[in-house]
Design a protein around this ligand. Sequence first.
Ligand SMILES: [Zn+2]
Ligand SMILES: [Zn+2]
Length: 516
Amino acid sequence: MLLVCICVFYRYIIYLHIVQVGGMVLRNDTSSRKSHVSVCVKFNEWSSFPQLDTFDSQRLIAALTAKNELGQPYLWTSDMKSGSEPQEMPAVALQQAEAIFNLSQLMFALYHGSISACTFRDLQLSQPPRDIRKHGFIKLGNNSQYSGTTFRQALHVLCWEIAENGGLPVIFSMMRHPKLPIIRQKCLDALTNVLCVDAIEKIILTRQPWFLRMLVAMVASGDLQCDMVPAVSVLDRLVVVVLAERMQDVYKQLIRLKFIQVCLARLQCPSLSRPSLHLHFIKFQTIAMQAVALLCAEQQSSTWPEEVQDSVFQYCFHSVLLWDTDKPPSDPVWHQSESFYRSMSFSSSTLLFSFVVLVHSVLKWPKKREFLKREALAFKYQLSKILTLHSYDAASSCDSNTPVIMNAVEWLWLTLYNSDDCDTFDTTKLCPSILDPLPELCEKVLRYCSNEGCRRRENVANQWIICPGCSITCYCSEQCLKFHGVNGHDPRRCSFLSMSDLEQQPLEAAESNQSA
Ligand SMILES: [Zn+2]
Ligand SMILES: [Zn+2]
């Protein structure tokens, strides 16, 4: 089940969007910016700086975390947006925007095991993707072939460096005062990856409780493409860590925020299933259903209110019934530039998640087995049809979800219609990824010692000590902790990284969405 990959597919669409917005105007930068930057290319709404037109991650991180007069990374603030156009923004902020854009493109490529990506400027100028290694990215080395692990490690190192260098408070400040929706999307894209580092995810969730509220609000009432898809991608990532690390407080917050009901309401919202939105809706549906299925598969779903269990069950039950078995789930027709993702089976993933929910509803929730067994004749008929489908043969299908779906169908058939009534279930024949989808979605990120003179790497995730002040920087030994504390990681730096000073209020956009 290569499911977690879907989390980031929506990004490609954003690029198309910005190219459309961009209607390019090239002219010299004549404004009197206080920065030292001399030449930048201006597009209608944004600027591009030649030195940032790169995949050199060191340089991009340096631009993202550029220091202000106080020696700390520059943060975006509310007064920056008081009626000013993006053109009026300080050069440092414009550079941070371009840096997060290109870092996010880079992470997207690494996530998908690709060596090519477009920079912000490439997209503005409709240029083809370039080789990231020939344009500054050195973490892959210069081999001709790479394994998935190599890409993953390079991605993890990059994510860790962004966090360690103070990128997170910057990204959060940009997300609060984004100037353009694209900025917030790019920040969420970046966070989807950076939050793979579970230690960092914990810090954010405990220190910035508004973040979860904002994400759920974006799903509840945001725009499908600009808000819902990026927000649900981050939420899906968060759900994995919350469940894997048993973060009970955050779990309860998700339940209180009615995350599941919010997803179901949006999934069934007629205005979102318009043909023009199809691609985005399929993405939203796939990602949201992954998060919902993970929550259902977990033990605690048996304690949910019955009406929540019922509504998830009904949605999945109907998804299976409505599936046209004469047409096995296939990929939607992508825009030409998305041909790369054609092999991804969005709709078959959604079908698989529906089956995961149904299996767990039979295993854990009251009355569901009885209902399927005694009252749902159409369901029985549908399963029997799937079992005899020639076009849906598990062995010959090139869709990796097919064997797993077939496993769920066979198990349901045997359990519901071909066995004695008993209270125990034989789960030994179920695919591990149906019984517990969580383990294969968990990422273990190995960090480097934050003491620049050391830079050893962990052998096991979360093996080393962290700075007691910020909980971000990480050390292989007490000596390295002490040494770094005296040389570079001073109390002001530590306090900045801890994000304890960041505003605690939720985003305006999310608030207005909530009240709408
Ligand atoms: Zn060390
Ligand atoms: Zn610290």
